[in-house]
Design a protein around this ligand. Structure first.
Ligand SMILES: C[S@@+](CC[C@H](N)C(=O)[O-])C[C@H]1O[C@@H](n2cnc3c(N)ncnc32)[C@H](O)[C@@H]1O
Length: 281
């Protein structure tokens, strides 16, 4: 860092290149300013004086790299985040999918699993959970483990409960969990058909085909090049007429493959695949 403690572009690029060679994670196409802000936060939280010391710490301590990864990738999430989206999913998307004999859904970048439990509850209330397989992926092992455990601190539940009320679910969120000291533990039957797997949207290739893909609140951290790549991956991973949902501050409108989709709900950022790449003129 310079004497004014301002991190330079060169330092950030050097750090990114070090991480790519050492840990095989590629942050080259993450949105630069938010990446820089996260680095500044890490330096402050861990009292690390500069980027050089951070690089040395990352080199010497792979366990610290996991914490670093969690800080960089922003794992903030909630159950029934943006409740109007979940209402739209229940009221307008699931009735279409309900006719299929079985369903495959991918929660891409699911963080600590709140999105997955929300999805499972919506499907259960629509009597579709028993015929649905869910793939839940994230780049970060630590958050995936939390998702598998389904144990969340009581202090997080107020916002989750409020979101569920705004979603106007059939019962109470507490119908789906039991209390255990400082935590709540979600009913394991909700995730009987869920596979939690590590998947890096930057580097991994198409996984399978799905009827619905949720990739919410991740692409805001990507630059346009990486957004294009992700949307292309999702297009390839959807069955024809399959749905893609992104976050409330995200859009696929400016992506190269956007004409493969029609906008199903502009408000709730839900798109439907209408074309394959091969069909494009
Ligand atoms: C803000 S959370 C969003 C969680 C959830 N989808 C939601 O909307 O609440 C962003 C997640 O994206 C994950 N992520 C970031 N970069 C990724 C990548 N290249 N591949 C897969 N997941 C990534 C992070 O680990 C984090 O859990």
């Amino acid at each position: 860092m310079t004497e004014t403690n301002e991190i330079t572009i060169k330092e950030i690029k050097h750090l990114i290149s070090f991480i790519k060679t050492t840990y095989r994670f590629d942050f080259n196409n993450y949105a630069f300013s938010s990446f820089k802000r996260r680095i500044e936060r890490i330096l402050a939280v861990y009292s690390i004086p500069n980027i050089e010391s951070l690089t040395i710490k990352l080199q010497q301590n792979p366990v610290f790299f996991e914490e670093f990864l969690r800080e960089i990738t922003v794992n903030t999430t909630e159950m029934f985040r943006a409740p109007a989206f979940w209402r739209k999913l229940r009221n307008d998307v699931l009735p279409i999918l309900a006719h299929y004999p079985s369903l495959r859904i991918w929660s891409a970048a699911c963080s600590s699993g709140e999105e997955v439990y929300s999805l499972a509850i919506v499907l259960k209330e629509a009597d579709l959970l028993h015929k649905t397989k869910i793939l839940a992926t994230d780049i970060n092992d630590l958050v995936l483990q939390k998702g598998m455990n389904g144990t969340y601190p009581n202090r997080n539940m107020e916002v989750n409960e409020k979101n569920y009320q705004r979603f106007e679910g059939k019962g109470k969120l507490s119908d789906y969990y039991s209390s255990k000291e400082e935590n709540v533990v979600f009913d394991k039957t909700l995730i009987e058909n869920v596979s939690f797997k590590k998947f890096d949207l930057v580097q991994n290739e198409q996984y399978s085909k799905f009827d619905l893909i949720l990739c919410r609140n991740v692409m805001i951290y990507f630059n346009p090049e990486l957004q294009n790549k992700a949307i292309e991956l999702f297009g390839n991973s959807l069955f024809m007429k399959g749905f893609l949902a992104v976050g409330e501050k995200e859009t696929i409108a400016f992506c190269k493959s956007s004409d493969n989709f029609l906008t199903f709900s502009a408000e709730e950022r839900i798109y439907q695949k209408i074309k394959d790449n091969a069909d494009r003129i």
